[in-house]
Ligand binder design. Structure first.
Ligand SMILES: Nc1ncnc2c1ncn2[C@@H]1O[C@H](COP(=O)(O)OP(=O)(O)OP(=O)(O)O)[C@@H](O)[C@H]1O
Ligand SMILES: [Mg+2]
Length: 384
């Protein structure tokens, strides 16, 4: 178990090439589980390889248990890593692949056998132990790679999309197993994923990365409820947050966002604000579950009547698509709501939950002050 700290880590793959990692700063406590998410090519695997010592860093420092390991070789860092590309030993069978790290550490054979049996059972690969990697499917190879890491008790686990090749059912099972395992062992872990549910459910902390820059670092709830910018807001959540271009006006000390469904208009009250926002075109962010049905007379909120264009019953929810301000908007309604394409629904957007973003920079706007972008919010999440 260990703490992990990245201090202003930079990585360039060569002179003249743009930096792949830019001033990465984050710190996770002993036993914490960090999820790293971001679009393809943003630098996630590069960061993992730098932590593992497989790539050198161009600037900054990597500290494990407050010790600077930046110049240390991979084998001295006591890290177990599962690569995106499995990296199994092709000439060894599954049993030997899993046992490899234990043999190097000269564990007694009985302990090795016990550990191999334990992880093989956990990963449902007991029947594959005598096969070579070339005789396995991608998902099976991925589980063997996972087994090789889990057979060890290192200071740090690094998992680079360890479940991406598994079928949906096995993936869900493995997700729960990983969570149970972490609750039991409490080994500090960094875990890269593209999966929304994994990102929200597995991590104590989430780092959202784009173009080699950490956009936000916080708890899953902070990332979900209080995103620093439009990129983070759009990246987490499924179905994703709706982004509606709106014009703001100020009336009787209240700021209103103007919505138009084509058949009706509504002025959504957003709270008190300064004149700084009057007449401004911004992006209003509202998650599908923050839109509900109702005429809104009880709570004094104006509903907007809109025509149903598409319905998608997912089982637990009914997704209904309408158009607001010429933008497709997804509403997540109860599955028993009776509605057909062409029907009109009265929709309520929860004004306490909507977010505003600058139409150009995508930065969050703070309604409570005249200061336009929520700069200190970003700073708050970027650092420790
Ligand atoms: N060895 C290398 N030499 C030069 N450039 C590299 C090297 N490895 C990666 N890159 C570049 O660095 C950037 C980040 O790559 P990286 O593999 O870290 O992305 P990623 O976030 O893991 O993407 P994915 O989600 O597709 O796995 C990419 O532009 C990639 O082309
Ligand atoms: Mg990668």
């Amino acid at each position: 178990m260990a703490t992990l700290e990245l201090r202003n880590v930079n990585k360039s793959y060569g002179a003249g090439l743009a930096d792949t990692l830019k001033d990465i700063q984050l710190a996770i406590e002993d036993g914490e589980f960090l999820i790293l998410v971001g679009p393809s090519g943003c630098g996630k695997s590069t960061l993992m390889n730098c932590i593992a010592g497989l790539e050198s860093i161009s600037g900054g420092a990597i500290l494990i248990d407050q010790q600077d390991v930046s110049g240390m070789s991979p084998k001295d860092r006591d890290i177990a890593m599962v690569f995106q590309s499995y990296a199994l030993y092709p000439t060894m069978n599954v049993r030997d692949n899993i046992a490899f790290g234990l043999k190097i550490r000269k564990l007694p054979q009985a302990a090795i056998d016990e550990e191999v049996a334990r992880v093989a059972k956990l990963l449902q690969i007991e029947h594959l132990l005598t096969r070579k990697p070339g005789q396995l499917s991608g998902g099976q190879q991925q589980r063997v790679a996972m087994g090789r890491a889990l057979a060890r008790r290192p200071k740090l686990y690094l998992f680079d999309e360890p479940l991406s090749n598994l079928d949906a059912k096995l993936r869900v099972e493995m997700r729960t197993e990983i969570k149970l395992m972490h609750q039991r062992l409490k080994t500090t872990t960094v875990y890269v994923t593209h999966d929304q549910i994994e990102a929200m459910t597995l991590g104590d902390k989430v780092a959202v990365m784009k173009d080699g820059i950490i956009q936000q670092f916080g708890t899953p709830q902070q990332i979900y409820n209080d995103p620093a910018n439009q990129f983070v807001a759009s990246f987490i959540g499924s179905p994703p947050m709706n982004f509606i271009p709106v014009r703001l006006t100020r009336q009787d000390g209240r700021l209103l966002a103007l919505l138009d469904s084509g058949q009706a208009r509504c002025e959504l009250p957003l709270g008190v604000a300064t004149d700084a926002f009057d007449g401004r075109e911004v992006i209003l962010g509202v998650r599908p579950e923050q839109i509900s049905l109702g005429a809104g007379e009880g709570n004094g909120l104006p509903a907007i009547r809109a025509e149903v264009q598409v319905t998608e019953p997912t089982g637990p929810d009914l997704l209904v698509f309408v158009t607001l301000n010429q933008t497709k908007v997804c509403c997540r309604l109860a599955p028993d709501v009776a509605c057909q394409v062409g029907d009109s629904l009265d929709l309520l957007l929860d004004p306490a939950r909507v977010l505003l973003f600058d139409a150009h920079s995508g930065e969050r706007l703070d309604l409570s002050s005249a200061a336009a972008p929520l700069k200190d919010n970003v700073a708050r999440f970027k650092g420790r």
